[in-house]
Design a protein. Structure first.
Length: 294
């Protein structure tokens, strides 16, 4: 099943002082990608600071502009659940909402908040998660990407949104409009037509490490630092020195790889094997010297 076909489709974004990235990303997911890759979210969630939340509510959700509602109507996107209850504030260790990400402690709080939000959303098998790292400070985008690397599944995606710099210079630009709409640049020196803007979505591949995490790490809150340490240790303990896939890719143990193709009924003669047949690798794969196949 493609991500866009899941019954619950969530866009999770980290946002700083530029709420436009949210409308630009939603537009790009629905209109700037091939039909097979289209992903119209059923729900949007945002992680941000207290200052970012205030700016987002003012620019997108409040009258008189109602930019969010206008985006939905202009491009016939249907019902997308997004309001102030889906704006999640990053809080410090003492429970105080952060105004900005300035200190090492602030960065740790942001990392934990992003990691926990991604963990919760990826726990739902009926949900496809799309994470945008376009907004906020550089560390916010990085945390969003590595959290998805830790917890992401095959239906989850990561992206960045790209906009022509001339439109980035127009503070009232939020998405390409279906009709001509002239906007002034920030310095007032020029006007640009919002309907002619090009907004592109850059899909970012990521390494899925979820299979390395134990159930305890997937089912209960953990600090991002602990999750990273656990995953790094698990990755370091992975076997190395496997035989080249170009030689006998289906053979699961050294002796059977060197002597004959794998057959489920054939006994595995490796001295460290834990199974009676070679349906799986011996526990020492790559860590001891394999016996001769003669």
């Amino acid at each position: 099943m493609r991500p866009g076909e899941h019954p619950r489709r969530i866009l999770l974004a980290v946002v700083g002082q530029s709420p436009q990235i949210l409308t630009e990303t939603v537009y790009a997911l629905a209109r700037s990608v091939p039909p097979a890759d289209r992903f119209v979210p059923t729900e949007v969630q945002v992680l941000t600071t207290q200052a970012g939340a205030a700016r987002l509510a003012e620019r997108l959700l409040s009258p008189p502009s109602h930019v969010w509602r206008q985006l939905i109507d202009d491009h016939a996107l249907g019902a997308i659940d997004f309001d102030e209850t889906r704006i999640h504030l990053v809080v410090a260790a003492d429970g105080r909402p952060l105004d900005d990400i300035r200190t090492a402690a602030d960065n740790a709080a942001m990392a934990d908040a992003v990691s926990e939000r991604v963990r919760l959303l990826t726990a739902d098998p009926d949900c496809a998660l799309h994470v945008s790292l376009a907004g906020g400070r550089k560390t916010m985008g990085y945390y969003a990407g590595y959290a998805l690397s830790l917890f992401g599944r095959s239906q989850d995606r990561l992206s960045h949104v790209l906009v022509d710099p001339v439109y980035e210079a127009a503070p009232d630009f939020h998405y390409p409009t279906p009709r001509r709409r002239m906007l002034r640049t920030r310095d007032g020196s020029a006007e640009v037509d919002a309907s002619r803007a090009q907004v592109e979505l850059a899909q970012i591949p990521y390494v899925r490490l979820r299979s390395l995490l134990p159930p305890a790490m997937l089912n209960a809150p953990r600090s991002s630092r602990r999750a990273c340490a656990w995953t790094s240790a698990a990755a370091d303990s992975l076997p190395t020195g496997r035989p080249s896939s170009s030689r006998r890719p289906r053979s699961p143990c050294w002796r059977c790889w060197r002597s004959a193709p794998a057959q489920a009924s054939r006994p595995c003669a490796h001295p460290c094997a834990t199974r009676t047949t070679h349906s799986g690798p011996p526990r020492c794969w790559g860590t001891c010297r394999p016996p001769s196949a003669s």
